[in-house]
Design a protein around this ligand. Structure first.
Ligand SMILES: [Zn+2]
Length: 75
């Protein structure tokens, strides 16, 4: 892990690597009479919490997976 400082207060008291499991569920999709079903994308999230001001950065560990699913829905 690289040495980082808080984006808000500049403190280096950061606690990286807190993990959150997140699932992104898409609503069911119908095109014409074809049942496509429920598309699901999931990605683990990692959070870095500032021990000084509490500012929290959250990153998806599999952003490409989420983006692919998002594009399919929002293209
Ligand atoms: Zn901070």
């Amino acid at each position: 892990m690289e040495n980082k400082t808080c984006a808000k207060c500049g403190s280096n008291h950061l606690m990286p690597g807190l993990e959150i499991i997140s699932h992104l569920y898409k609503p069911t999709v119908m095109t014409g009479s074809n049942w496509i079903g429920m598309a699901t994308a999931s990605s683990e999230l990692t959070a870095t919490v500032c021990g000084e001001c509490g500012y929290t950065e959250i990153y998806a560990t599999e952003p490409q997976t989420l983006y692919k699913e998002w594009r399919r829905e929002n293209a």
